[in-house]
Design a protein around this ligand. Sequence first.
Ligand code: GTQ
Length: 354
Amino acid sequence: MNKELAQHELLAARRALYQDMQALHLSPLWESLHTLVPRQPTPDYEAALWRYEDVLPHLTRAGEVISAEEAVRRVLILENPGLKGSASITRSLYAGLQLILPGEIAPAHRHTQSALRFIVQGKGAYTAVDGERTMMQPGDFILTPAWAWHDHGNPGIDGSSEPVVWLDGLDIPTIRFFSSGFAENGDSASQPIARPEGRSFAAYGNNMAPVRHQHSGASSPIFNYPYERSREALETLRRQQEIDAWLGVKLRYVNPLNGGAPMPTIGACMQLLPAGFRGLPHRSTDGTVYSVVEGRGTAVIGGRRFDFAPRDTFVVPSWATLALEALEDAVLFSFSDRPVLEAIGQLREEFLPE
Ligand code: GTQ
């Protein structure tokens, strides 16, 4: 038998083997080993940017066709173009823009998914978390830890009210991956108020913590990190020339009780890029979602240029290089699954020379 024929027969025998094994739900590792264990991350989702001016008209129309009460959460999901049908912005995270109109209530519920709200536009709305309300201002970073009761409302302030929009970030795909999701609805639309507004921040938000009755739980006891404070911190460091060539001035939000991430599955940061900043490229294994608070600039993601303006959202995939440029002073909020990657020894990052 010549060699070619032998090879031909061997391939046919393999195909027959694959075919015959199928019914037993067996498949050959050697045909897929290289994709199962790639040399470096090969994310199946893409870099993308949602311009707020493109999204807002649709969100406004959503406000005309469905109430917050009927929708439960009136949210437009920012779905990664590479993950159609998955309601995911990265493999592990979900993001959406939520609208609440004056007078509306998004009813109380709780779930094992952890959530953050990053306020994008408008004043006069509150979120209540486990019996404590907090009024939300643009740029505030708000937590809804896993299994905490939460409802949102927009009563306005001082007799005036306006639509309020925020970016929701949740670990929905992570919880789906683990099939560990539970949820339940509250008995009433708004949960009863158990503590006065500002209690959590007074108790935990000033580098101090109560001596007795310490908060227990996997998430930060602070559930509103106000923009005013984050912005001021960044501005002071900028004036002191603490500018990193890759990141500008970048701070991470911490759980004050342990210095770790605010929630077990989601980490978040705020950074300032001074006008004219041209950052060097860096990459990391935590696919990251950015929300632009102030300023215009460009995110160069894997060589593709995405121009950004205030209130835009963009996503940087795992291991894609990111270089940030600012035309004017820019402030960016970001969140990712970094605490999960750190916990399982999977966080890698690289700061490249150019
Ligand atoms: O506000 O509780 O965007 O449960 C998706 C699921 C928001 C919320 C979302 C949710 C919420």
